[in-house]
Ligand binder design. Structure first.
Ligand code: HEM
Ligand code: HEM
Length: 192
């Protein structure tokens, strides 16, 4: 290819060095939501059943914000599918592969964890149902307490697995910013 052709091609398809603004905003909104939901989930389940706010306020709020987190991740995935994204980060191959696996696993769990929460609440025979900020969400699954316990175990285990992956993700971002010798390894500006 001639030099002039290469130049024209670059003008038509310039490299993007940041995620699209919608994905950057949603990344941080979802980060706060998911960390908040894990903290709230852990706190509310530790409260004594005699605390009335536990079931009248905290559980419904956890479910509503959990469904909001699910909606956000679905919107994020849709935007991602139609957007031009920055190319692979300038990292050693093993770190690039690891960060890719962690991103895919976070996306997968950010969808599965709220679905397990919904399935647990919907199948539980004593549940008041699932509401999204006051709006009743259809209950699609039959009542079955044995299934509900299995979904509860999955919801809990996968939520704390998600937390572990996020910790790894944040440690990775900090390492690239503060400890890597190559300044181009710092991927944080791509998300700011
Ligand atoms: C990304 C979204 C979500 C995250 C990260 C999350 C996280 C958690 C965590 C960490 C717990 C505490 C588990 C424990 O230590 O026992 C919990 C409990 C719970 N979550 Fe979620 N959750 C999410 C979405 C949802 C949704 C959408 C629902 C229902 C519609 C839901 C319903 C519940 C219920 C009912 C409990 C209490 C379970 C029990 O009493 O043992 N969660 N959640
Ligand atoms: C709080 C500290 C956090 C920092 C400093 C941070 C930083 C970053 C950075 C720099 C990227 C871009 C990586 C790249 O270009 O290769 C990124 C991507 C990503 N982050 Fe975070 N993040 C944080 C929290 C979270 C949380 C809490 C979640 C999920 C619950 C999350 C999920 C993701 C995902 C799935 C991607 C991949 C984005 C894509 O390719 O569409 N992050 N993060």
């Amino acid at each position: 290819m001639k030099n002039s052709d290469q130049q024209t091609l670059r003008q038509v398809t310039p490299e993007v060095d940041k995620y699209p603004v919608a994905l950057r905003v949603l990344h941080w909104v979802r980060a706060v939501l998911i960390l908040g939901l894990i903290a709230a989930g852990w706190t509310m389940t530790s409260l004594d059943d005699s605390v009335t706010a536990k079931f009248t306020q905290l559980y419904p709020l956890h479910k509503s914000f959990g469904l909001l987190a699910l909606l956000i991740v679905l919107v994020q995935l849709a935007i991602r599918a139609v957007s031009r994204l920055p190319g692979p980060a300038e990292l050693p191959a093993h770190e690039r592969v690891l960060s890719h696996i962690v991103h895919v696993a976070i996306y997968a769990l950010a969808v599965i964890v709220p679905l397990m929460g919904y399935a647990m609440s919907s199948t539980f025979s004593q549940s008041d149902g699932v509401t999204f900020f006051g709006i009743h969400v259809p209950e699609l699954l039959p009542k079955n307490d044995a299934w509900s316990s299995a979904f509860a175990l999955l919801h809990k285990t996968l939520a704390y697995t998600l937390l572990a992956l996020v910790v790894l993700h944040v440690l990775g971002a900090l390492k690239h910013r503060f400890f890597d010798k190559n300044p181009k390894a710092d991927v944080l500006p791509r998300m700011l």
